[in-house]
Design a protein around this ligand. Structure first.
Ligand code: JB2
Length: 215
C-alpha cells in the first residue's frame, strides 16, 4: 500500500455512485486517483481505486504526503461538512472537470467543484466551492451558484440565475432568466422555475409550485 500511495494522487471521500463518475472525470483530465475513504471501511476497490478505511484514515493519508482531495458525496449538506473537515486536516480541494465540458474563460470556479461530461458554462458565471454541475447541465451567462449546490443531469439555467448554497435542482429542471433560488431549496425533476424561490422549500412541476419545506 505504501508504494501505491508514494506516487501520489487525489484522495476521494465517498465510494458510491457519485465517486464513480468523479473518478472517471479526474482520470479523463489526467489526474491519478490514489485512494478512497468511505463510511463503510470494508476493504474493496471502486473502479480500481482501493477503499483504505473510513474518515479516521484521512489524517494518516495526509501524514503520508497526500494533499489533494475531492469530496465525492452527492448529499449537499454532508459534502459541505466533509469539505470543511478535509480542509481542517490540511488537504486542498481539487476540481473534477471533465475535458468535454465547455467553459467560458470568463467563468470563475471555486474549489472542490465537479463539472461533469457535456456541461456548458457561459460568460461570467460563478460556481461556488463544492458545487456539482452534473452531466450535460447548461449554465448560461452571469449565473451565480452558491457553495455545495447541485445542478442535476441535463438541468438548465438561463442567464442571470442565482442558486443558493446547498440548493438542489433535479434531473432536467430548468430556470428562466434572472430568477433567484434560495439556499437549501429543492426543485424536483423536470420542474420549470419561473419565479424566485425562498430558502429551504421543495418546488415541483411546470411551472414549479412550492409544495412545502425541504424534508
Ligand atoms: O461521512 C461519510 C459518509 N457518509 C456516507 N464519510 C465517507 N467517507 N463516506 C460516507 N458515505 C458513503 O458515501 C457511503 O458509505 C456510500 O458509499 C457513499 C454514498 O454512495 P451513494 O451511491 O449512496 O450516493 P452518492 O453520494 O455517491 O451519489 C448520489 O449523488 C449523486 C450526485 C446518488 O444520488 C447518485 O445517483 C447521484 N448521481
Amino acid at each position: 500500500m505504501g508504494a501505491t500511495l508514494a506516487i501520489g494522487g487525489v484522495v476521494i471521500i465517498g465510494g458510491g455512485g457519485h465517486a464513480k463518475v468523479v473518478i472517471e472525470s479526474l482520470r479523463a483530465s489526467g489526474r491519478r486517483v490514489a485512494a478512497i475513504v468511505d463510511a463503510d471501511p470494508t476493504p474493496r476497490e471502486v473502479l480500481g481505486v482501493p477503499v483504505l478505511g473510513d474518515d479516521l484514515k484521512l489524517s494518516e493519508l495526509r501524514e503520508q504526503g497526500l494533499s489533494e482531495l475531492f469530496v465525492a458525496i452527492g448529499d449537499n449538506q454532508l459534502r459541505e461538512k466533509l469539505g470543511r473537515k478535509a480542509r481542517a486536516l490540511g488537504f486542498s480541494l481539487v476540481n473534477a472537470i471533465h475535458p468535454s465540458a465547455i467553459i467560458s474563460p470568463t467563468v470563475r470556479i471555486g474549489e472542490g467543484v465537479a463539472v461533469m461530461a457535456g456541461v456548458v458554462i457561459n460568460a461570467e458565471s460563478q460556481i461556488g466551492d463544492l458545487a456539482i454541475v452534473n452531466t450535460g447541465a447548461v449554465i448560461d451567462h452571469d449565473c451565480r451558484l452558491g457553495a455545495a449546490c447541485h445542478l442535476g443531469p441535463a438541468s438548465a439555467l438561463a442567464g442571470g440565475v442565482s442558486i443558493g448554497d446547498r440548493a438542489f435542482l433535479g434531473v432536467g429542471a430548468r430556470v428562466i432568466p434572472g430568477v433567484t433560488i434560495g439556499a437549501d431549496a429543492i426543485v424536483g425533476a423536470g420542474g420549470v422555475v419561473v419565479r424566485d424561490l425562498p430558502e429551504a422549500v421543495l418546488a415541483v412541476g411546470v411551472p414549479a409550485q412550492i409544495k412545502g419545506e425541504r424534508s
